[in-house]
Design a protein around this ligand. Structure first.
Ligand code: ZN
Length: 479
């Protein structure tokens, strides 16, 4: 499309005419030349993208229970209309997954556009608009999922529509995968699909997912575009203490509850050491390029800088930066007796710990055991993944750079490590290089917000711009 400058096209047709004159014959019959891609009317397509997002936001896919089959059906209907190859899966009642594909010529490996269709619950009392109304007001599109992540899912889908309608010849298959259950760990969504239908991923090389972040200053200047190669990994643990049960009128210092509280106290007082693994180091190095000259050198050489306690304190006053420099511990669930005058035989706590990418679960559990120092406390793993990362010297990152350099000259490409986690780990495990990337680029005020909160909304303009930006990157990779 617009990637091919007009004069190149003219040269090309001049060359064809010359060929025609030289050979004195028409093109060989039965072997038609590839059609020129059909030009995309972006104004129309961006408006269509807004309409489609509004319809998508009106589908209630609150997880639990999810009901993502409705979202899968919504995408399937459009695929059918557009003639896009697709399949719907319902691994568990009501939990739907849509897979769609536009075939390439197979000369390069496929790229996957991954998104989840479920959204987190909302509290209607704190919303000023209907969370599933699809309202557009004052330049914002409102609805649960407007940020996380129906907008990005729709931007990915519009890329499918544009590729299909343009009839362009692709080097790679482009696979759109809209999954269930991400907000609850993805086991009946992306996890199920990766385990049961890896053959439909065609040995994919790349995957785009949520989890990107961009930086725009207050004057609207784009400082950085983030391509996230890694994320912290959850290690959700259950601590169980046992002891003699009894009547609360006779206190027992070694009771299950008392032992558990002592253990948790030690964890509260414990500050896991700073751990700068290679992916984290790479993320700070890239970030340094966005900083003023008096700060940049500190981030450029983060290992050395962190030996300086003043710098460490300053860095860690930002909770987000602190979270990527250490493993973290949050105590979230407590369970003891269900009656005030009974000392229970068992007490337990669930703790949400997160590991810096590159850390090993076994080492971490041993570290916690050393902190607790009580053989009577059992530690079980509720949920944990391998903390994996994707390289940044890849065609995907190069495509993001090429397109972004034109769109946002001067913006630096950064490689942030996400403090939360997404479904990417299921696919990294299969050997796919996965990246968190958001095509929505705007200052805080214009971008919207309400991620997992109230009045979730996305700016209409950044959304429309992002739809096109995302297409340009994928187009750049596959043609
Ligand atoms: Zn999400």
């Amino acid at each position: 499309m617009e990637k091919n400058p007009g004069h190149f096209k003219q040269l090309f047709s001049a060359f064809l005419i010359l060929l025609f004159v030289l050979s004195g014959s028409a093109e060989p019959a039965g072997n038609p030349k590839p059609k020129d891609p059909v030009a995309i009317n972006w104004e129309d397509l961006q408006q269509e993208a807004v309409d489609l997002l509004v319809q998508y936001l009106r589908i209630d896919t609150t997880n639990p229970p999810g009901n993502e089959i409705k979202a899968a059906g919504f995408f399937a209907e459009i695929c059918k209309r557009e003639g896009i190859e697709h399949r719907v899966f319902e691994p568990f009642p009501g939990r739907g997954i849509l897979w769609a594909r536009i075939k390439g010529d197979g000369s390069r490996r496929p790229v996957i556009l991954l998104n989840h269709t479920d959204v987190v619950p909302h509290s209607p009392d704190y919303w000023t608009v209907d969370a599933f109304g699809g309202l557009i007001k004052d330049g914002f599109i409102y609805g649960r999922g407007a940020i996380d992540m129906k907008s990005l899912g729709m931007a990915q889908f519009v890329t499918m529509l544009a590729l299909k309608r343009s009839k362009a010849l692709l080097k790679r298959d482009v696979i759109f995968l809209a999954t269930a259950d991400e907000e609850a760990g993805g086991r009946v969504g992306a996890g199920w699909f990766a385990e049961n239908h890896a053959e439909l991923l065609g040995n994919a090389e790349y995957l785009f997912n949520e989890g990107g972040s961009n930086q725009v200053d207050s004057n609207g200047r784009v400082l950085s575009i983030g391509v996230g190669p890694s994320e912290k990994t959850p290690a959700w643990l259950r601590l169980t203490a046992t002891g003699l049960a009894g009547h609360a009128s006779i206190p027992n210092p070694a009771s299950s509850v008392n032992r558990l509280i002592r253990a948790l106290n030690k964890l509260l007082d414990y500050s896991p050491p700073v751990r700068i693994t290679p992916v984290v180091e790479q993320s700070f190095k890239a970030m340094a390029k966005t900083l003023p000259p008096d700060q940049a050198p500190f981030f450029e050489n983060i290992r050395e800088s962190l030996k300086n306690p003043d710098f460490l304190r300053k860095l860690e006053s930002d909770p987000a930066l602190k979270a990527v420099t250490r493993n973290t511990i949050s105590i979230t669930i407590l369970e003891g007796s269900n009656k005030i005058n009974i000392i229970p035989p068992v007490a337990s706590a669930e703790i949400d710990t997160r590991l810096v990418p590159g850390e090993k679960l076994g080492d971490w559990i041993n570290e916690l055991k050393n902190v607790i120092r009580d053989e009577g406390i059992k530690i079980d793993t509720i949920l944990a993944f391998e903390a994996n990362a994707s390289p940044v010297e890849t065609d995907l990152v190069a495509a993001v750079k090429r397109v972004s350099n034109k769109r946002y000259p001067g913006a630096v490409i950064t490689y942030p490590v996400l403090a939360g986690f997404t479904d990417s780990h299921y696919f990294r495990k299969l050997g796919v290089n996965c990246y968190g990337f958001s095509p929505f680029v705007a200052g805080q005020r214009d971008l919207g917000g309400g991620f997992h909160g109230n009045d979730e909304k996305i700016g209409k303009q950044p959304y429309m711009d992002g739809v096109r930006y995302f297409f340009e990157i994928v187009d750049n990779m596959v043609r």
